[in-house]
Design a protein around this ligand. Structure first.
Ligand SMILES: *Cc1c(COP(=O)(O)O)cnc(C)c1O
Length: 445
């Protein structure tokens, strides 16, 4: 496979951009391939190589690289009308109405420009609403590049996970292990009166894919209600991906006070949103006293793309298709692992999939969940499948990054380069793409 043009582009990029990229995960070793264009479920790189693309922009692309005709038409017409105004437009109202109609917890919503901006604003809103400073987050959870959540350690010793964040910021964040109801109960026993919110991805989706154990979200819901804290679901990745148009909260039957969105809700354009109980959301200025503003917020082209995408999904077999392919991939990879690497854990749900290179497994691998780990307490592997971010970090992450990922690229399959981020099926992917991908897994595992 020829990569000369990508190598040359990376050489130029390194002279004018830090690490040669605009988002750190894109700097794959030894150099990234530069994408020339997309085609359905594929991307073609600068040297003309074609890959089956399961990265899907890290989540936003429900339709792959070919927008359905009505989505494309909506984008073109709003772009042609003039890109944006600094005054409200009808399309923002329509998109807000659509989301409020379909997502159980959403009565009112504010659109912003990224998932990061959504979680920053949600945390500020929760603090303003409760008059409290502390937030509880999950170790291994991801909420974008924001000061309050780039924090590691435990509730007694939180510290910034990156340079550039004052230690004193991290003091207001209480990281606990996911799926551990006792740790959650304890943190509320200790700090209950100071906790503004629990911020949690309904599924840890940026650290492998870790499903919640039975009853976990109910415990968080009860603790928040009992202590006057808000429950915030970060559905930036699971929103309109897991549980269809009702999002993961409809799947789990737990209603958060606030939900953050991003990715799919903008149809492939930059977006974020904070939705939830009207009495809480109305804390945002100008209705309330928690400052929130943005030049590009509710951008008409983004709103048109997002709304047309979700409407198209409401009227077509989009979720049936992507979820069926997701299941075929998870079942197929499980079969291949059974022969090649019985210690590995296949994870995922709906159209999301990943193989975590776990190091141990019981002798009876036949008993595991074929469609991806569901945290089934009766499964023979229950004690071995990842339940927390730390469990995922203990896997053979180097093998994924240094050997497996590169081999898959050579086989013409594009996966996320690190062990932590997951893969997505889109409406543009075909059964043939799945077959080719499974052949590549068979060769590379
Ligand atoms: C991607 C993601 C974010 C950050 O969104 P950006 O648009 O990259 O800022 C936040 N939370 C979760 C759960 C995400 O997956």
């Amino acid at each position: 496979m020829e990569h000369q043009r990508s190598r040359d582009l990376y050489d130029r990029a390194l002279s004018v951009m830090p690490g040669g990229v605009n988002s750190s995960v894109r700097a794959t070793m030894p150099h990234p391939f530069f994408v020339e264009r997309g085609d359905g479920g594929h991307v073609i790189d600068a040297d003309g190589n074609r890959y089956v693309d399961w990265v899907m922009g890290y989540g936003p692309l429900l339709y792959g690289h070919d927008l359905p005709e009505p989505v494309s038409a909506a984008v073109q017409s709003h772009a042609a009308a003039g890109p944006m105004y600094g005054a409200p437009t009808e399309i923002e109202v329509e998109h807000a109405e659509f989301v409020a109609r379909h997502v159980p917890s959403v009565e009112s919503i504010r659109f912003v420009n990224s998932g990061t901006e959504a979680t920053v604003s949600a945390v500020r809103l929760a603090r303003g609403h409760t008059g409290r400073d502390k937030i509880v987050v999950m170790q291994g959870g991801y909420h974008g590049a924001q000061e309050s959540t780039l924090v590691e350690g435990g509730p007694e010793n939180p510290h910034p996970s990156t340079a550039g964040i004052p230690k004193s910021f991290a003091e207001h964040t209480l990281p606990i292990p996911f799926n551990d109801p006792d740790a959650a109960t304890e943190v509320f026993a200790e700090h209950g009166d100071d906790i503004a919110a629990v911020l949690v991805e309904p599924i840890l989706a940026n650290m492998g894919i870790v499903m919640p154990v039975d009853g976990y979200h109910e415990t968080l819901r009860d603790l928040c209600t009992d202590h006057g804290a808000l429950l915030i679901f970060d559905e930036v990745i699971t929103g309109f991906r897991v549980g269809g148009l009702g999002c993961a909260q409809s799947r789990f039957g737990v209603t958060p006070d606030l939900t953050t969105f991003g990715k799919i809700i903008g149809g492939g354009f930059p977006v974020g949103a904070i939705g939830g109980r009207a009495d809480v959301i109305e804390g945002f200025t100008p209705a309330g006293d928690v400052f929130q503003s943005g030049t590009f917020s509710g951008h008409p082209v983004t709103m048109a793309a997002g709304k047309a995408s979700l409407e198209y999904a409401a009227e077509h077999d989009v979720y049936d298709h992507v979820n069926r392919l997701g299941r075929r991939l998870r079942e197929g990879i499980t079969e291949i692992c059974r022969e090649r690497a019985p210690e590995y854990t296949v994870v995922g749900t709906d159209s999301m999939f990943k193989t975590v290179f776990t190091r141990e497994a019981p002798a009876d691998v036949d008993a595991c969940c074929a469609g991806g780990c569901r945290q089934d307490a009766t499964c023979a592997r229950y004690d071995h499948c990842p339940k927390t971010g730390a469990d995922v970090a203990d896997a053979a992450t180097d093998r994924w990054e240094r050997v497996f990922w590169q081999r898959m690229v050579d086989e013409g399959v594009f996966l996320t380069a690190n062990q932590y981020e997951c893969q997505f099926a889109s409406y543009a992917h075909t059964d043939e793409d799945v077959d080719r991908t499974l052949e590549a897994y068979r060769a590379a595992l």
